[in-house]
Write a protein that binds this ligand. Structure first.
Ligand code: DOR
Length: 446
């Protein structure tokens, strides 16, 4: 069995930071102690010389585009970008072609990932207006959640039949992950923009079209329905201050019925950035005002928001260079999410313990992953070594996502990922992805 000893780590886990060594056998952390000696001659030693070692990030929302959209990205390319960014596990979304709305399509993705993925993987099942039977067949020990689009986005997966929604909320025991934006509001706003600008809608109109009310109306209706039916819902990518008032801090995350997520782009960018970035920051939901961003930060720090994710959603530069109406929403983020959050740690906006809580611990708790998300004896050795004082600049040359661009191009991050271990195996080290993969399918204990 492969043996690895990480020496001189500054370990961040369970809301603590402490110095120690980590001994790994196979895919499992066997011992954590002040000082551990190699137990045999065949132990590989990684001396991290006082660098931080964090649990691998668990990203609960990515779009890796396979099957059907592989000109934008695929499971191999995007999971390579993920491990380069310290993400060791991901949950992928169903808006591929074909859509992941049956167990048969779900199994096909699992088979591709077993062959190609660099990071541990799981695939959400998508709900539609007519696949409840299929949803109820789902193996809940292998599927993290059901995903519903309550607002149209890439892939036309809108669930807009209220009666169907009531049935899904009443019958589905899985956590239901939601994209909340009210379609009627968006359509009316879009028509107004077309009347005013014709085909030349400026990108800064995106948050006017996909506005605060569209988000609030959809999220608040979903929450009301969840309260009525008992459904456990997780509202993805909050983007407005107004929605943050809908969520509460609770003593136990495990028992929280209604939870929420914020994404990197909504914590970093604001509507002031459309002038310089244009379609590169066009996301659904839209990046909104400075005040919205500040309120998202407040809700994140006071635990009304539970999880930080990426919504990594690559499109080609060619697609993005279309005019507003044809430029798709979404952008690549997995490679830069953790380093972006560590930038905020440098700015003292958030502590490193809290970043680890929101990006590693909470996704594991929320989705019932029993053996990942923490650095603990008996847990899987998914680990990230970060050098918090080794600046580097994002350029086209060091981007791993297949689309080859990033909204962070030109940004100098102070921290860099020096090693990523997936199941005890070094899959990434100093800008190089190791071709030997060790990823596993995530399992859920329910
Ligand atoms: O901006 C987005 N792009 N938001 C989504 O919800 C979907 C995603 C995509 O798949 O392109």
């Amino acid at each position: 069995m492969k043996k690895t000893l990480i020496k001189n780590a500054r370990i961040v886990t369970d809301m603590k930071v402490f110095d120690g060594d980590i001994y790994i056998e196979g895919d499992t952390i066997v011992e954590i102690a002040d000082s551990i000696s190699a137990k045999s001659g065949d132990t590989s030693i990684i001396d991290v010389e006082g660098k931080y070692v964090l649990p691998g990030v668990i990203d609960d929302q990515v779009h890796f585009r396979e099957p059907g959209l592989t000109h934008k990205g695929d499971i191999a390319s995007e999971s390579a970008a993920a491990v380069a960014g310290g993400i060791t596990s991901y949950m992928e979304m169903p808006n591929t072609i074909p859509q992941t709305t049956s167990m048969e399509e779900w199994q096909k993705k699992m088979d591709i990932a077993a062959r190609d993925s660099y990071a541990n993987y799981a695939f959400m099942l998508g709900g539609t207006n007519d696949n409840l039977e299929e949803i109820l067949k789902a193996d809940t020990s292998r599927i993290p959640a059901l995903k519903l689009f309550l607002g149209s986005s890439t892939g036309n997966m809108l669930v807009d039949d209220v009666e169907v929604l009531k049935k899904i909320f009443s019958k589905v025991k899985l956590r239901i992950a939601l994209h909340c934006e009210d379609e009627g509001t968006i359509k009316a706003n879009l028509q107004k923009a077309i009347d005013k600008y014709g085909e030349d809608i400026p990108f800064d109109q995106h948050p006017v079209i996909r506005d605060v009310e569209a988000c609030y109306k959809s999220s608040s209706q979903a929450i009301k329905l969840a309260q009525k039916t008992g459904a456990r819902i997780h509202v993805f990518h909050l983007s407005t201050g107004k929605e943050t008032a809908l969520f509460e801090k609770k003593a136990s995350l495990k028992d929280k019925q209604i939870t929420s997520e914020v994404c990197i782009h909504h914590l970093w960018f604001t509507d002031e950035d459309y002038a310089s970035k244009g379609s590169k920051i066009k996301w659904n939901p839209a990046v909104k005002s400075v005040d919205d961003r500040e309120q998202l930060w407040k809700a994140l720090l006071d635990d009304r928001i539970d999880v930080i994710a990426t919504d990594h959603a690559p499109h080609t530069l060619e697609e993005k260079s279309n005019k507003y109406l044809k430029a798709p929403s979404g952008g690549p983020l997995v490679q830069h999410a953790l380093t972006a959050m560590l930038q905020f740690v440098h700015q003292e906006r958030i502590t490193i313990e809290k970043v680890v809580q929101k990006m590693c611990h909470n996704p594991a708790i929320l989705f019932d992953i029993p053996d990942r998300g923490f650095i603990r004896e008996g847990f899987k050795a998914d680990l990230v070594v970060v050098d918090t004082n080794n600046p580097w600049t994002v350029t086209k040359e060091n981007i791993l996502a297949k689309c080859g661009w990033s909204p962070f191009e030109g940004v100098t991050f102070k921290s860099r990922i020096s090693h990523t271990l997936v199941n005890g195996h070094v899959v990434y080290q100093n800008f190089k992805v190791n071709e030997n993969k060790a990823a596993q399918a995530l399992t859920f204990k329910r």
